[in-house]
Design a protein around this ligand. Structure first.
Ligand code: ADP
Ligand code: MG
Length: 249
């Protein structure tokens, strides 16, 4: 049993069957990549995992508990955090201010606490935020305005924001999109390190095969809303169906 189990998930948008019969099992403490051409349903699948979309059919469970029908903050409290494909940072806030938001979002209802409890919650949010900033190599940029960061730093800030929620499963949607190669490699190294140090599971949607083959231990290839094959990176590289459907050979 994987920490994340997706069974027979289907999702339709009007006349378009975006996902059908998706089965996916992500083993604990691994990096599992989901690849596939544009429009394959990768982001839709991710949205079904975090409560942003509700699948029409099938089940999604995390650590043995169903996530379906739960609100995004409840899923976050279960231990799942995700980075969106498009940046979601607040440019007019500082790096540290951005870092505080996910911690409070996870503690939805924290403002009903009494003042002492609120202060303690805030201290805890700050401690997690600082730890996560260090993990992403951004500690010295904490007072910077988020808008003035480099593109690579912005994307690493988003990952740090997720890590501040202390997830057991981190979901990444093209975390290195738009990065230069050196920045990409830096991000790969940071992700490898946090995976080991924090003992977390990572599911990553990625177009860049260099990133996929540097990080992933298992790869699921999605094509037209359904898994084509799931295997180790070495086997995926040589798989004729994958070369045909995905690499265009
Ligand atoms: P990927 O992330 O693999 O590129 P998506 O999951 O974004 O693919 O999209 C899968 C398919 O579903 C695409 O054809 C896309 O146009 C469609 N789609 C995605 N989200 C919506 C939506 N909210 N409404 C209608 N169609 C959607
Ligand atoms: Mg997508």
């Amino acid at each position: 049993m994987g920490i994340l189990e997706v069974k027979n998930v289907g999702k339709r948008f009007g006349g378009l069957q975006a996902l059908s019969d998706v089965n996916l099992s992500v083993a604990e403490n691994t990096v599992h990549a989901i690849i596939g051409p544009n429009g394959a349903g990768k982001s839709t699948l991710l949205n079904c995992l975090i409560g942003k979309l509700i699948p029409d059919t099938g089940s999604v469970s995390f650590d043995g508990q169903s996530v379906l029908g739960r609100k995004p903050f409840e899923i976050c409290q279960m231990g799942i955090s995700r980075v969106f494909q498009t940046p979601e940072i607040f440019g007019d806030l500082t790096v540290m201010e951005n870092m505080m938001i996910p911690g409070f979002a996870k503690r939805d209802g924290a403002f009903e606490l009494n003042p002492m409890q609120r202060l303690l919650a805030q201290k805890d949010v700050i401690a997690h935020a600082e730890h996560a900033l260090e993990d992403m190599g951004l500690a010295d940029k904490r007072h910077m305005n988020a808008a003035s960061m480099s593109r690579g730093d912005k994307r690493r800030l988003e990952i740090a924001m997720c890590l501040s929620q202390d997830p057991r499963l981190l979901l990444l949607d093209e975390p290195t999109a738009g990065m230069a190669r050196a920045d990409t490699n830096n991000t790969i190294d940071l992700l490898k390190r946090i995976k080991d140090e924090r003992d977390i599971t990572i599911a990553i949607i990625e177009h860049d095969m260099h990133v996929v083959f540097s990080l992933a231990e298992r790869i699921t290839v999605l094509a037209q809303g359904t898994p084509l094959v799931e295997d180790t990176p070495d086997n995926i590289k040589g798989h004729p169906k994958v070369r045909e459907a995905y690499l265009g050979e």
